[in-house]
Structure formats: structure tokens, C-alpha cells
Ligand binder design. Sequence first.
Ligand SMILES: Nc1ncnc2c1ncn2[C@@H]1O[C@H](COP(=O)(O)OP(=O)(O)OP(=O)(O)O)[C@@H](O)[C@H]1O
Length: 294
Amino acid sequence: MKKYILIYNPVSGDAKFKLKLDEVVEYLQMNDGIVLTFRTRYKGDIRPFIKEAKEFASDGIIVSGGDGTVHEVINAMMTEAVDVPLGIIPSGTCNDFAGYLNFHKNIPGCLSAVTSGKWRMVDVGKVNGEYFLNVASAGLLTSVAHNVDTALKNTLGRMAYYFKGLGELPNFQSLHVSITADGQTFSENILLFLVMNSGVVGSFPPLAPEAKIDDGKLDILIVNKCSISELMGLFISIFSGRHTLSSHIRHLQATDIYIECNEPIESDLDGELGPPLPLAISTVTKKLRVFQLP
Ligand SMILES: Nc1ncnc2c1ncn2[C@@H]1O[C@H](COP(=O)(O)OP(=O)(O)OP(=O)(O)O)[C@@H](O)[C@H]1O
């Protein structure tokens, strides 16, 4: 019999995953598994649980939530040196990392990856001592995910992010940043930057189509200062995949990145509030095991 841990966030996305717990337990039992369940209650309660649960000696940790909950789980696993494969049942608002791996809101589909026992190694990003799985960012629109009210997210879903983002546009001032990527330094006036592992952010089509989660590199996308109408044009070009050709975009790949800004700004890691700049970012190559769809 295999032993699994299930960590679920009861308020992620439309807050309906909790109604499907019986389906999860039944699926695992039917496939020779038993599960220890943890319901998150507040930010920061996953790490103490993962520490306590070490003696359960699980064969895998399954997380149900959005990118923020997955973020907290992988940070707890890294910090507590828990090296078991991770399964994901997306139940958040965007679920960017899960979507990249083709995990959708289909419980038997996601659990079939877990019970197949097959996993792959993926890279993890590290920033100022904290880890991220999908994206580290700062600037325009990047604080939207961690500033939107939970009740609004539960009812409006992604639209809550988009409405909040639109409200930021008129008053946003550009940022003067200095970025060093694998030894190459440049200073620019920017609207935002994204340092991505999977290249999928905000439920948009891939922002860095060539990004891979196991290539040892992070993809940096910088949006330089431009007008609101030019920015709107950029958003539209994302849907045809032509945004990287724009003169307002700089795209590069690197393994070690240092980003500083002449004013105090906060970062966002996987949709959660991250450390303030400066950021020292690096790739931890093939650090995490993730259950793979058969
Ligand atoms: N019981 C709880 N009540 C309120 N907030 C919680 C609870 N458990 C966890 N949280 C908070 O939920 C946030 C994570 O939400 P999560 O990212 O999983 O969902 P989401 O924001 O809907 O999805 P996504 O990040 O994919 O857009 C974290 O900030 C965490 O602290």
C-alpha cells in the first residue's frame, strides 16, 4: 500500500475542491493508496505540518490549490529536505504551473499521474533564500495576484485579476532597474519584469514559448517603458505569440540574475508577496520530483 499526504487550500479558486475530497480518497483507496489530509488555515501553516508529517514517510505529497499553495508546499519541502514526488490537483484561480504540465481540474486525471508512480525532475528558482516554482516578478500588474480579495477571486475567478490590473494602468510610473544576467549588466526604464521557469503566467498563452522547466535556465521577460496603447498592443500580440518581436520587450535566458531598483519595490513569487528588491535569483537545476501523467 502507498502512503500519500494531501494538502488542500479550502479557499483557492472557486473554493469547491473541498466538496470533492471523497472522490480523492476513493480514487486513492481503489488504487492501493491511503491518504493523510491537511487543510490549510492561514499562510505559513504548511511548513510546520510537513515537518511533523516526516515520520509518516509518505510516497508522495499531493497539493490541491492554486500557484500560491503549490509555492508554499515546495518551499516547505525544500526547507525541510522532504524529497518525495509532488502531485498537483489544480483548484486555484490561474494554476499556471499545473496548466503547463497539462494537469486540469479533473481529479481522476491528476491522480492517475500520482498512482502511476512515474515522475520527472524539474528546476526550481531561488530568490533571496526563498524558492519559486513558476515566476518571480515585480512592477506593473505583478502584485495583482497577491492583492486581490479572496472573496472576489472565489466569485469572479481570473476576471478579478484582470479588473484589478486594469485599475493599475493609468497611474503606474516606470521603474529604473539594473539587471545583471549571467554577468551581462544593463539598466533600463521598465514597466515590469518576469523571471519565469515554465513561461506560463497569468493564464496567458506562453510568454516565453521556448522556456523549459528542466533546462537549468530561467527566462527573463522585460517590458520596457511604453504608452498604455502600446502596452495594449503588446497584450494582443501575446495571443499570436508575436510579443517577443516587439521593440518594447527584451527576452533572455540566464541561470544567475541580480535585479536592483532605485526605489523600494516588492516582488511577487508565484502569485504571493515576495521579498523587496534587490533580488538575487538563481536556478536550482532538477531539484524537485513531480508526478507525471502516464
Ligand atoms: N484557510 C484559508 N483561508 C484563507 N486563506 C488561506 C487559507 N489557506 C491558505 N490561504 C491563503 O491562500 C493563498 C493561496 O491561494 P492560491 O494561490 O492557492 O489560490 P488562488 O490565488 O485562487 O490561485 P492562483 O494563485 O493559481 O491564482 C495563500 O496566500 C494562503 O496564505
